[in-house]
Design a binder for this molecule. Structure first.
Ligand code: C2E
Ligand code: CA
Ligand code: CA
Ligand code: CA
Length: 278
């Protein structure tokens, strides 16, 4: 293997150079997309399981790429996080989502709007002030905004995250823990932080009717949620069987393809006007 070492290193270097050039080109393209209006939001409803009505939406970003068509976030969010572009991208998403929410109604029963926030955004000085300003400029009541963070945010820099979450609570914004159950979940941090909603990760919901392990994890999360007086949203509900299982166990809300995929704003608004078919 030793005599092949040199040539394999240079092959590796060439590949790595090509890869980093590709990454740089992609970063430039994404920066242009943010500035040039190539990003779009789709909205997926969350459903009250007892009444089967829409309680809110989650804003999910897509990239309307001139050559590649509609590109999903899995293909550019990781790179945006590595390059720091997730900060300007996140600012754009927050502003657009709040503007969209205002067009969905304004009364007491108007739907909530969930926005995904990456840890870089959350712990940056000035984030709470940015959220307050976007709410003011859009005219959205703070009670309607839900910021979704993953558990890993809390591992990265717990104190900065805690400070930001407390600041957000103080201005009336709700906090959801996204993909709950997949990361470092601890009762002590949950009771310590101003969290309002747990979103149970899709991987458990997928097998909730088929496998004891997923069912027990989901039950444990529902129990914990109840004792901490949090709301629970089951993510990735695809079948009526899953919806019934969750409703029987008093899970408050669900989100998933059973009711709707993420859709453009006009279609999301239409969902508010007619009863859901499921
Ligand atoms: P997430 O926050 O967990 O969002 C839920 C994802 O699950 C969405 O994928 C949604 O389309 C998908 N989903 C919902 N219900 C179902 C279902 O019943 N079946 C299946 N198979 N999938 C379902 P999407 O839109 O591709 O987003 C993927 C991830 O990208 C999101 O996961 C989130 O982590 C990230 N993301 C999306 N928008 C943003 C954003 O604006 N900012 C940041 N930082 N991340 C974002
Ligand atoms: Ca989310
Ligand atoms: Ca999630
Ligand atoms: Ca996820």
């Amino acid at each position: 293997a030793k005599e092949h070492g040199k040539s394999s290193v240079s092959v590796y270097d060439t590949a790595r150079q090509a890869a980093s050039l590709e990454v740089m080109a992609l970063q430039n393209e994404l920066q242009r997309a943010i500035d040039g209006g190539e990003l779009v939001l789709h909205f997926q409803p969350t459903i009250d399981l007892a009444s089967r009505t829409v309680t809110g939406f989650e804003a999910l970003v897509r990239w309307q790429h001139p050559e590649r068509g509609l590109v999903g976030p899995a293909e550019f969010i990781p790179m945006a996080e590595r390059s720091g572009l997730v900060v300007p991208l996140g600012s754009w998403v927050l502003r657009e989502a709040c503007r969209a929410a205002v067009t969905m109604g304004e009364g007491d029963d108007a739907p909530s709007m969930g926005v995904n926030v990456s840890s870089q955004q959350l712990v940056r000085p000035g984030f709470v002030e940015e959220v307050a300003r976007v709410l003011r400029e859009s005219g959205l009541r703070s009670q309607r905004l839900v910021l979704e963070v993953t558990e890993s945010v809390l591992l990265d820099d717990f104190e900065a995250a805690e400070r930001a979450l407390n600041g957000l609570r103080a201005i009336g914004v709700s906090i959801a823990i996204d993909d709950f159950g997949t990361g470092y979940s601890s009762l002590s941090y949950l009771s310590q932080l101003p969290v309002d909603i747990l979103k149970v990760d899709k991987s458990f919901i997928d097998r909730v009717c088929a496998e004891d392990h997923s069912a027990s994890v989901t039950l444990a999360i529902l129990e914990m949620s109840r004792s901490l007086r949090l709301q629970t949203v089951a993510e990735g509900v695809e079948t009526l069987e899953q919806a019934a299982w969750l409703e029987e166990r008093a899970c408050g809300r669900g989100q998933g393809f059973l009711w709707s995929r993420p859709v453009p704003l006009a279609d999301a608004r239409a969902l508010l006007l007619r009863p859901l078919e499921d």
